[in-house]
Design a protein around this ligand. Structure first.
Ligand code: F6P
Length: 538
C-alpha cells in the first residue's frame, strides 16, 4: 500500500470513529480545540471547531495532505506549470491579482508585465466612462452597462457587483447570462441605447448563449444608432480574431491569456463591468484581498492554512463520513449569489471521475453545493438541515458590520447565524423536550407523540467564516479562499481541477436538436427525446 493510500485509510478509520461520538463532546475533551481550529488569514477568520474531527483526526487529515504532497503541488501551481494537463495550460489566476512588480510566469512565459498593463488600461477606460469623458456615439455619456456572458464569464462579476455596489451608483450595471430571451429583454428594458455600453464577455467568443444575446444586443444598438452602435460594444475575450469579426473596435477589446480559466477569471478583464461600475480603486482593493489570501495559502503552515484546512474539513465529511452534499449560507444579503458562484467553482472544477492519466479516481470527488442567503433559508430548507434524515454540513459566512442600514437589524442577523450553527451542533434532547412540555401542562399522551417530533438530534457540522466588514479586500480574500480550497481538494482526489469536458456533450446535442427544432432533418434519438422534439419543433 502506498503512503497516500495508507493515509486515506487512516482518514476513513478516523472518520468512522468520529461517527460514533458527538461533536460537542470534543470541547471538554480537548481544552485547546478552539486555539487549534480557529485560524485567521487575509482578514478572514475560519472556525472549524464545530466539525466532526477531533484534534487527533485533524493530525490524520494533515498527514493525508502531506502524503498527497499538497505543498509540492502548490509550488507547481504558483510556478505556472501546466497543471491543466488535458489542455496543456497553466492556471495562473494568482498572477492577475498579484502586487505590482511580481514576476509570474505561465509555462515559462512572463505574464506579470502584461497583466499590469491591462489593469492600467482597464482603469483608464473605466475612469473615462465614469467621468463622462468617454462618450457614446451621440455625444452623451454612458450611464448604463449591460454585461453579457455566462458561467465563469458571468457568476464572478455579477457576485462582485452585488456584493460591493453602492446604494446609489452613477453607473448602473445589469447582467445577462441566459439564452432565454426574457433575460435580455428585462436587462434592456427601459434603457436608452445612446447611453448604454454593452460589454460582451466570453473567453472563446463562441459560446452559444453569449453570442445569441450579444447579436441581439448589437441589433438593438444598431437599430437605434445605426452602424455607430458598434461604438457602444466592448469585448472581453481570449479569442481576438472572433471579437474583430464581431465588429468591436480594437480599442474596445480587452484580451487575456488562455492560462486564465473561466471560473477563475473574475480578476481579469472579465471583471471590467465591475471596474466601470465600482471604480478601479475598489476593483484593485479586491485584487489585493485575493493576493493577501494567495500569500497566506503559499506561506502559512498547513496547520494554520485556511484554504488547506477548509478543504480537509470538507473532505473529512465528504469522503470520511459519506456526506455528498454541502450547504453554503452567507448571512449577508449582498453575498446571496455566493452559493451559485461556488457551484461552478467547485462542481465544474472537481466534478470528475477520472484522473489526468485517464484512470478511475479512488475516492468520491466534489460535493454538490447548494444554498442561499440567511436568514431567508431558515424559512426554506433548514427544517431538513435540523431534522432531516441526512446530515448536510454547512459553511456559514458572517459579517460583523452591516454594509448599510440599521445596526440593530444587523445584530438580529448575527444572532441568527450564531444560533443556527449552535442549534445544528447541540440540538435538543427528547428528555429536554418532555420536561418543557410537562411544564406547560401538556398531557402525558400528547407528550408521547409530540416529544419525538420536537427533538433535535444535533451533531450537524458547520464551518464559520467571519469577517469584520464586506469590503472589496474581504470579498477578494473570500473568493481566493474557496479557489484554493478547491485546488487542495483536486490534488487530494488526484484530478485536474481546471478542465470541464463534462459540459461538452450537452452543448453538442443541443446544436443537433436545434437543427431539428428549426425544421432540419431528423437525427436518430431515443423515443423519449424524439417525442419531445416532435412536440416542440416549429
Ligand atoms: O459552462 C461551461 C463553460 O465552458 C465554462 O467553463 C465557462 O466559464 C463558460 O462555459 C463560458 O465560456 P466562455 O467564457 O468561453 O463564453
Amino acid at each position: 500500500m502506498s503512503d497516500l493510500s495508507a493515509a486515506w485509510a487512516r482518514l476513513s478509520k478516523a472518520a468512522e470513529a468520529a461517527g460514533s461520538r458527538r461533536i460537542d463532546s470534543l470541547f471538554s475533551a480537548e481544552p485547546d480545540r478552539l486555539d487549534r481550529l480557529v485560524v485567521a488569514g487575509a482578514g478572514l477568520e475560519l472556525d472549524l471547531s464545530k466539525q466532526p474531527w477531533s484534534l487527533a483526526d485533524l493530525g490524520v487529515a494533515l498527514d493525508l495532505a502531506r502524503a498527497a504532497d499538497i505543498e509540492g503541488a502548490r509550488a507547481r501551481f504558483f510556478a505556472g506549470e501546466a497543471v491543466n494537463s488535458s489542455e496543456h495550460r497553466a492556471a495562473l489566476h494568482m498572477a492577475l491579482r498579484a502586487p505590482r512588480g511580481s514576476d509570474f510566469k505561465a509555462q515559462g512565459q512572463p505574464v506579470s508585465g502584461e497583466v499590469e498593463a491591462m489593469r492600467d488600461r482597464m482603469a483608464k477606460f473605466a475612469n473615462g466612462i465614469r467621468s463622462g469623458a468617454h462618450k457614446g456615439a451621440t455625444g452623451r455619456p454612458f450611464r448604463k452597462v449591460v454585461h453579457i456572458g455566462i458561467g465563469g464569464s458571468d457568476f464572478g462579476p455579477r457576485l462582485v457587483w452585488e456584493a460591493l455596489r453602492p446604494l446609489e451608483s452613477p453607473i448602473e450595471v445589469r447582467y445577462v447570462a441566459n439564452v432565454d430571451p426574457s433575460d435580455l429583454s428585462f436587462a434592456l428594458s427601459g434603457l436608452d441605447p445612446a447611453e448604454t455600453l454593452v460589454v460582451v464577455v466570453s473567453k472563446t467568443f463562441t459560446t452559444q448563449e453569449t453570442m445569441t444575446n450579444a447579436k441581439a444586443a448589437r441589433d438593438w444598438l444598431r437599430g437605434a444608432l445605426g452602424q455607430d452602435g458598434d461604438k457602444h460594444l466592448v469585448a472581453v475575450s481570449a479569442a481576438l480574431k472572433e471579437t474583430a469579426a464581431f465588429g468591436v473596435p480594437d480599442d474596445h477589446v480587452f484580451g487575456f491569456g488562455d492560462w486564465v480559466g473561466g471560473r477563475y477569471s473574475v480578476w481579469s478583464p472579465v471583471g471590467l463591468s465591475c471596474v466601470i461600475g465600482l471604480g478601479p480603486e475598489v476593483f484593485e482593493a479586491m485584487l489585493a484581498g485575493g493576493a493577501a489570501m494567495d500569500a497566506h495559502f503559499r506561506e502559512a503552515p498547513l496547520e494554520t492554512n485556511a484554504p488547506a484546512l477548509l478543504a480537509l474539513a470538507h473532505i473529512f465529511n465528504r469522503n470520511g463520513m459519506g456526506r455528498p452534499v454541502r450547504a453554503v449560507v452567507p448571512y449577508a444579503q449582498r453575498l446571496h449569489l455566493l452559493p451559485t458562484y461556488l457551484q461552478q467553482l467547485e462542481m465544474e472544477s472537481n466534478g470528475k471521475q477520472v484522473t489526468p492519466e485517464g484512470k478511475p479516481v479512488q475516492h468520491h470527488t466534489a460535493q454538490a453545493v447548494f444554498g442561499d442567503a440567511g436568514t431567508n433559508v431558515q424559512h426554506a430548507f433548514f427544517q431538513l438541515m435540523h431534522q432531516g434524515t441526512d446530515i448536510i454540513p454547512t459553511d456559514f459566512i458572517a459579517v460583523r458590520e452591516a454594509s448599510e442600514g440599521d445596526p440593530a437589524a444587523q445584530r438580529i442577523l448575527l444572532s441568527n447565524v450564531i444560533a443556527q450553527a449552535e442549534a445544528l451542533m447541540v440540538g435538543k434532547t427528547e428528555a429536554e423536550v418532555r420536561k418543557e412540555l410537562a411544564a406547560k401542562g401538556v398531557s402525558a399522551d400528547e407528550i408521547e407523540t409530540l416529544a419525538p417530533q420536537r427533538t433535535f438530534p444535533g451533531d450537524r457540522p458547520s464551518a464559520m467564516i467571519l469577517m469584520d466588514r464586506l469590503g472589496p479586500a474581504e470579498l477578494g480574500a473570500l473568493l481566493a479562499l474557496y479557489e484554493h480550497k478547491t485546488f487542495v481538494e483536486g490534488v487530494l482526489w488526484g484530478i485536474n481541477s481546471f478542465d470541464q469536458w463534462g459540459v461538452e456533450l450537452g452543448k453538442t446535442l443541443a446544436t443537433r436538436v436545434l437543427g431539428e427544432l428549426n425544421g432540419g432533418a431528423a437525427n436518430p434519438h431515443d423515443p423519449s427525446t424524439a417525442r419531445l422534439i416532435g412536440k416542440l419543433k416549429a
